[in-house]
Design a binder for this molecule. Structure first.
Ligand code: GLN
Length: 199
């Protein structure tokens, strides 16, 4: 298969980190700010950042509807942290008018881990990956409830939030509560590239 072009939502968030990991894996990765750039992409990544700002900017730049259409048409898409919130069909703890792009049949709770544990790290058992995956959580969401078609890939292993769902997949859509683009390692991005190849 020719090298996939993977777009990274580039209006806000840790865009550069995703571009760096994807490029290091041999993908063609480009920052996307407009629909014309999205049209050139085979797959898409929505980074961590601030979901309320990200969705507002996506509206301003007329990216919400094109993204919804591409996701509905099966474009492989990976959301991390705020990106998971943007991919969720339903959110709890959002601002009163907070919309999402949607596609993933989950309810996501924003800033779910509470103030005491704003940021923490854990070693996860991640479905499809050999050995523990080090995960960095920063004011992260968790998946409160997942629809029947959603596969749970990882849960919190230690501490007060043990058992909470923090990684999911539904067909060509994948999302993590944590930041694989920050935590070091590239195994989760590799998994996403495998998923693009299968799609
Ligand atoms: N708390 C942020 C939000 O609700 C997400 C944090 C992150 O992406 N690191 O958008």
């Amino acid at each position: 298969m020719p090298v996939a072009t993977i777009g990274v939502f580039a209006l806000q968030g840790d865009v550069r980190e995703h571009l760096r990991v994807l490029t290091s894996l041999g993908a063609r990765a480009i920052g996307v700010r407009r629909a014309s750039e999205l049209a050139a992409c085979d797959a898409f990544v929505i980074p961590g950042g601030e979901s309320t700002t990200m969705i507002k900017l996506a509206r301003t730049f007329d990216l919400v509807d094109p993204l919804r259409e591409r996701i509905a048409a099966g474009m492989p898409t990976f959301g991390t942290c705020a990106g998971m919130i943007l991919l969720a069909d339903r959110i709890e703890g959002g601002t009163s008018d907070q919309e999402t792009i949607g596609g993933l049949d989950v309810t996501v709770r924003r800033n779910a881990f509470g103030r005491q544990v704003d940021s923490f790290e854990d070693d996860l058992d991640f479905h499809g990956i050999e050995g523990p995956v080090h995960a960095v959580f920063i004011r992260a969401p968790w998946v409160e409830e997942a629809g029947d078609g959603v596969e749970v890939l990882a849960r919190v292993e230690h501490g007060p939030a043990v058992g909470r769902i923090v990684a999911v997949r539904q067909g060509p859509l994948m999302a993590t509560s944590f930041h694989p683009e920050v935590g070091g390692g590239d195994r989760i991005h590799r998994l996403f590239i495998d998923l693009i190849r299968q799609s």
